[in-house]
Design a protein around this ligand. Structure first.
Ligand code: TYD
Length: 208
């Protein structure tokens, strides 16, 4: 059986990733293309339990290093539980976030650096490199404006803006370092136009 393709979606919070994943799910089902959708952190019993620890507001004292290691641990389990079985059955695997999120959020935005984050993600990077990564390119300012209206100045949300700008800059760096794998799709277009671009990329990369 031919091994399936591994496709990941990346982008800043609020970039419109969920809408695209929903449209892709409808498309693949309508076309009878064998596939699974999964997400990080999560996708499986142990990985979902780690997700709860990571995203809980009760764990504010977690160190950046612990956070990065938990993302990496959840990733290894998720590869074993969900990704590998589906790929070996020849299915398309669509994953909402993957190692690039750890690079953008933990290495660049939190400042842990590429070396540390790549090292703890060595297993994933060596054995499960995505065939294609779609980066929905929308800056945090544009994402925020789209959500709340262009002229709103929410002080609390803006306080996190610097962090999200660093995430965005991290993604841009990854995309320019690996243009063959990471394809940027313009997140400012309408959802339907973006989806047209997503399909075109997946067809061009022989994933559909
Ligand atoms: P989620 O609610 O799934 O958000 P989204 O819909 O934006 O994907 O939360 C995932 C959060 O986890 C998101 O803010 C990005 C963060 N994250 C990391 O910081 N590092 C990682 O390696 C991964 C996979 C996610």
């Amino acid at each position: 059986m031919k091994r399936g393709k591994f496709i990941t979606f990346e982008g800043c919070d609020g970039c419109g990733k969920s809408t695209q994943l929903k449209l892709l799910s409808e498309y693949l089902t309508a076309q009878n293309i064998p596939h699974i959708f999964t997400r990080e952190p999560g996708g499986g019993k142990i990985s979902e339990a780690i997700r709860e620890i990571l995203l809980s507001g009760k764990n504010m004292e977690m160190t950046d290093e612990c956070e990065a290691l938990l993302y990496a641990a959840s990733r290894v389990q998720h590869l074993h539980d969900r990704v590998e079985p589906a790929l070996s059955e020849g299915k398309l695997v669509i994953c909402d976030r993957y190692v690039d999120s750890s690079l953008a959020y933990q290495a660049y935005a939190r400042g842990l650096g590429e070396e540390f984050v790549s090292r703890i993600n060595d297993y994933a990077l060596k054995n499960y490199a995505p065939d294609v990564t779609i980066f929905i390119d929308l800056s945090p300012k544009d994402a925020f404006a789209r959500k709340h209206g262009a002229d709103q100045n929410d002080r609390l949300e803006l306080a996190g803006m610097e962090f999200h700008e660093r995430v965005y800059a991290g993604y841009k760096k990854i995309a320019s370092a690996e243009p063959e794998r990471v394809v940027c799709v313009d997140g400012k277009k309408s959802p339907e136009e973006i989806f047209g671009d997503v399909l075109a990329v997946l067809k061009e990369k022989n994933c559909l």
